[in-house]
Design a protein. Sequence first.
Length: 339
Amino acid sequence: MSDTVPLYFLGPQGSFTHLAARRAVAALAQYHIHVQPQPVETAREIIEQVQTGHGLGIVAWDNTVEGVVVPNLDMLMDAQCAGFLRLSVPITFDAFVTPHTAQLLGDIPLAQVAHTVHAHPHGLAQCNAFIREHQLAAIASASNAAACRDIQDGQVALAPPICAELYDVVPAYQSVQDYDGARTDFLVLAPRTTAISSIARVREQGNSGGNTWESIVACAPLSTGPGVLANLLDTIRDAGLNMTSFMSRPIKGNAGTYSFIITMDAAPWEHSCKAVLQGMIEHGDWVKTLAVYPRGERPNPPVDAWMLPEGGVCSNPSQEGQQPQQQGVEHIVQRALLW
């Protein structure tokens, strides 16, 4: 890894993954791993380039609004590569139009000069209020930057502000995302053998010892039936591991069977985590570590009432409007819980 190697990201230039790749250059340099960002057209191509040993890759993993990027998760579960670094990028969207469309705007509403809006599916989902307000038809693009690159008159592209520097577009509206403070986490990927040596290099730089690591592990119980999932969770709890995320994915083409993706505050070489993984294997489950990386700071904010979905009940006195201690409590509980 002494030479500079490609770091493949979902292009074209100006995508959020491009921004993450720029951050990764500096982060990897701390561990004497030197990379040069290189765009490719699809996330699958990133995986293919990495597992064939042509370089490293970076893919979107989790968003604070839309959650995990499921296609990337599914590909990583089946790929011969692993994550060894996790980076977070703030997410803000500007609404871009062509210079000609921008000339038409002024006192004229956007809906009269533009009819469609283009972005990555996650980008569209994070700008719903803007799309509805301007009565635009949403059309998915391969990436947010690709929406800017391919924009035509009468269209709107939702993309990072950096696209104004890279493409012939004009920001008609700024910060049009539904939620301020949104972030997307990205995983830096390497071939599995390279990931082991890269993780060792990170550990040598002072990130060993203590509870400073986080792992993403996939597990597929080969036996199904009542209690299988409960037993899996009991094993993690009894080992004293802190689980921060738990997701399920169907095993494709086999109804009623699932794999589970677990994120926990531990590394596979630590005694408690290693014992859990060994126990899963001895039980006959399929197990695969998808990523291991230094754990960053994690906030633990309270959940306020305004964050909760409509309906439901809560006995926490701080959740005003969600308490069952109010008039018509039985009716509210029945409606929320269907009992």
